[in-house]
Write a protein that binds this ligand. Sequence first.
Ligand code: ADP
Ligand code: MG
Length: 726
Amino acid sequence: MDPSLSIEKLRNVGPRNISKLSRLGIRTVKDLLRHFPIRYEDYTEIIPIDRAEPGQKVNIQGEVLKISSRHIFPRRMSVTNAIVSDSSGAIKVVWFNQPYIENQLTEGTLVSLAGKVSLNKNGLYLSSPAYERIGSNIDSQTIGLKHTSGLVPVYPETEGVTSKYLRFLIKPLIKDIALTDPLPESILSKYNFPDISKALSEIHFPKNLQSAETAKDRFAFEDLLLFQIKALLERRKMNQLKSISIPFNQELIQGFIAQLPFSLTTDQKIAAWEILKDIQKSYPMNRLLEGDVGSGKTVVALIAAYQIAKRGHQTALMIPTEVLARQHYKTIALLFKDASVHTALLTGSESKLDGQPVTKKILKEGIASGQIQIIIGTHAVIQKDVSFDKLALVVIDEQHRFGIHQRKALLSNSELRITNSGPGSNTKSEIRNPLIPHLLSMTATPIPRTLALTIYGDLDISLIKEKPKDRQKIITKIVGPKERRDAYQFVRNEVKKGRQVFVVCPRIEISDPKKEIKVDNKRSKMNILWQEVKAVEEEYRKLSEEVFPDLKVAMLHGKLKPKEKNGVMDKFKNGEYDIVVSTSVIEVGVDIPNASIMMIESAERFGLAQLHQFRGRVGRGAHQSYCLLLSSSAEKSVNQRLKALVECDDGFDLAEKDMKIRGPGEFFGVKQSGLPDLAMASLANVELIKKARLEARLLLKEDSSLKNYPLLRERLESFQKLTHFE
Ligand code: ADP
Ligand code: MG
């Protein structure tokens, strides 16, 4: 049988099942075979009936002594009762609403049953167990069982597609189909991976859990390998593009660093050096700068921007929100005073040149003529009517807000290609050979190393782990329901001392994950937004009217217009408010040095990494700062998780912990990456990822277009199709 055969050709797949199966992404026989179990029910041991205990999940094999069905009319249901016996004893069995079982398991039939043993006043019984008829010789027939014996696979299901149905479809295929292995023989033997046929058989119907694990590793490796190959090819593509090469003038940079109001940390220096080296190349840099909130990423980007400006080229800094863009603009004004470098702020509602308000028209002309070298703004900057003269570097701050696909769009955005590549060039040749700006993304979301290597495999990464010396430690406390009043009192005292407070409202979750898939994305997002607005309004009302009627409380949420948000943040910064209540989506990097308390409601609903980010919003001034994690749960395990935050203030360590606790799927970019589930689950497996990286390199080195590996190439293409819609 051809593995690419459509499932409709299978004998046991009816027209109604086709659409149901396609909901699980199953369209061909191959898809079916690659629909892997999420776990196994352990029925490896046949339990003699007299040894069955209540609560135990057992496989019992024996003979049907009696069976009968009856209807219970008022409740419109049927009950089938049976008695099954083996050499050790007999047990009652009951099924509901499956009257046909009576005809399948007639008296005298040998049957294999798997299910949970229950106990009622009449003794032990099996309730709705899975069942299979077995031939006359029990021992020799056990091998043919797929639902009730051995390690029984449990699959991701959907309405109308049960694990039982999937087992029923998959089991016969495993024997029938001879798949060609996409992995080269040499790799299989090097790592002791089973070949595809063995691996398929062992992942679906394993002999033991160990062999299932090995099979899983093998498939995860395959996907990780493809992912790495994809990343390497992506890189190669980038390296063939052309960018402006900006020579690194060490004296200039030393001078710049010397005039800063602080001395750089070693990590900042290394990161800046890496970036300056990158932009010296004539192909585009694609680098991620990772560092905790407050680690000082902006100045690192600025060093590169300064070098570029002094060569007469331009840098665009893209900031996710207007509030943050304005803050960056102010910071930058403080960090250097070189009158020959002109800076602009461009957002939806503001336009400034060298600190002074100007019209948008003037600003855009200044950008187009090259007179302005550093442009800071929101995505207003990449609007069509803004054209650059010599854009050499694009910096994206908090890139996860922009998303991976926007990053790619940005790179392919023709508006950002430099239209003036020097004297003598004409428009046509430029389009054929456009200059691509260097790209630097900055994020305060620490990404566990294994994730970074896989999901962001096409990026170079600079890390700032070290914090500036003057940073104080933030005191973090878990506040249980009983301590809430004390916490409020504490807040009041701090406000009396002149401090300010952030309150973050609980994250709103869609409770039913199935619905999330059905509701189209935009609408469910809007829905969440509205719910969050409601939550903020409620919290605002509570705090301003009941808890702190004497204090000045303001609120901030995603439904406010940028101008209104700016207004609130400005007033907060000026000390006109004591407390700002906001949603979780609010600006990550906002700098309010006088704010010393971060209070997070229902903290248990957030991931550690995000909580750590919230915490980073305080502790920016001279005052001792606090992070209060309000937990409505008295559960120990919940607070155990929050405790990690109390004990640890390293974002990278917390990210690793977070990944272990919640799994990689919760991390930004992972779900969007198109990485199949199995590989995703392996993202914590450093060894496997290292192997995949190594082999991807070796394969491409030996055969750069994978022409000797048609199956790998084919899978790679379907991968790329998947991730294209990121
Ligand atoms: P983030 O990494 O969160 O973007 P910023 O770049 O906004 O951090 O820096 C936070 C603050 O720290 C800014 O006011 C910045 O000027 C300051 N800063 C940056 N580097 C240092 C340093 N090495 N020493 C002291 N302060 C620094
Ligand atoms: Mg920042």
